[in-house]
Design a protein around this ligand. Structure first.
Ligand SMILES: Cc1cc2nc3c(=O)[nH]c(=O)nc-3n(C[C@H](O)[C@H](O)[C@H](O)COP(=O)(O)O)c2cc1C
Length: 309
């Protein structure tokens, strides 16, 4: 039985085995890999390591069938973990090549090292609380590909409504899903009201709260890919992690509203509203948290490592 622990967050760079073997160093990088975000904290990864390589493998036993039938969010999560490994390897001056989720290492030390994003790995977390009404400089996203930033009030309101509709669908039973998707597609307001009547207090409160959070977010951002294939999902996860680490070191928080992307009709609406030339993968809100949230626990390194020897 696997157990999650908060102790994983106490990793210290001073613990890096500078005089250890290459394999010990590779193993140390996994401590940063597991701090990546994952859909519903499912941590759908295994780290296969040997003397000079590391490969992040999907753990399909941890895939979320109903919510993520194509394993799209699973591969986004693996991409985020790969970005952490890459940044940590770079920070410790390791010499390596990366090909998707696979890294090969060589002995020796790079001169440059000290990747600036490294500090963000232990600072980042998903924030679901209130944000201050403080503006965020859009330039932080400059030159980043595959990201669309929304700061316009009217568009935020439209997206908030679309997230609200998606949340309502998700709060319904699986059986109703197809039917609800159908009426969402038809834009049936009367049916929406009927569905709201059937929702519990808690569900209504959460949906309305999410709606308000989207409306009032200092910035919203959509991470999108070219196509819908594993490699694109991995890249989207890498892109997300890079952005959220950059934000984290500037004390700026990120939160997700992914119900909208998990539903085909709502996803199409999002593409149309924003004129996205690609496939939306993540909808994020970005801002300065009133109070930063708690860290989420993880399985320990020994539970996720597969060693070839
Ligand atoms: C692909 C993906 C989708 C996610 N979707 C949501 C979401 O819709 N709502 C939410 O509150 N968190 C979402 N999360 C955040 C995870 O719940 C979070 O990463 C996990 O609980 C671990 O917590 P941490 O990010 O604070 O370390 C998502 C994360 C990933 C990687």
């Amino acid at each position: 039985m696997s157990k999650n622990t908060l102790a994983v967050w106490n990793v210290k760079e001073s613990q890096f085995p500078t005089n250890g073997s290459l394999k010990q160093k590779i193993k140390f990088l996994v401590r940063y890999g597991i701090l990546a975000p994952s859909t519903h904290n499912s941590q759908p990864w295994k780290f296969l390591i040997d003397d000079n390589s590391l490969e992040i493998l999907p753990d399909f036993e941890r895939s979320l069938g109903e919510l993520d039938p194509d394993n799209r969010e699973l591969y986004i999560s693996l991409g985020a973990a790969a970005k952490n490994v890459e940044i940590a390897a770079d920070y410790f001056g390791m010499i390596f090549k990366k090909d998707g989720l696979k890294f090969s290492f060589e002995n020796g030390k790079k001169e440059s090292g000290k990747n600036k994003l490294f500090k963000g790995i232990t600072l980042r977390r998903t924030d679901r609380g209130d944000f201050l009404p403080k503006q965020i400089d859009k330039n932080i996203f400059e030159k980043m590909e595959g990201v669309m930033v929304v700061d316009q009030k009217e568009m935020k309101q439209k997206l908030a409504q679309a997230v609200y509709e998606s949340d309502i669908v998700w709060f319904k039973s699986k059986k109703l899903l197809a039917e609800l998707e159908y009426w969402l597609h038809k834009g049936g307001t009367a049916n929406l009201l009927e569905e709201i009547k059937k929702m519990s207090e808690d569900e209504i409160t959460k949906s309305l709260r999410n709606k308000k959070m989207v409306e009032e977010a200092p910035l919203l951002a959509v991470i999108y890919s070219k196509d819908e294939v594993e490699n694109d999902w991995v890249k989207s996860g890498e892109r997300f992690e890079e952005i959220s680490l950059k934000l984290a070191i500037n004390r700026i928080s990120t939160g997700f509203f992914n119900s909208i992307i998990e539903l085909e009709t709502q996803r199409k609406k999002l593409i149309k509203l924003l004129g996205i030339k690609g496939q939306p993968q993540l909808l994020l809100r970005i801002g300065v948290a009133v109070k930063s949230g708690e860290q989420a626990p993880r399985r320990s390194v020994k539970e996720v490592i597969i060693s070839s020897r």
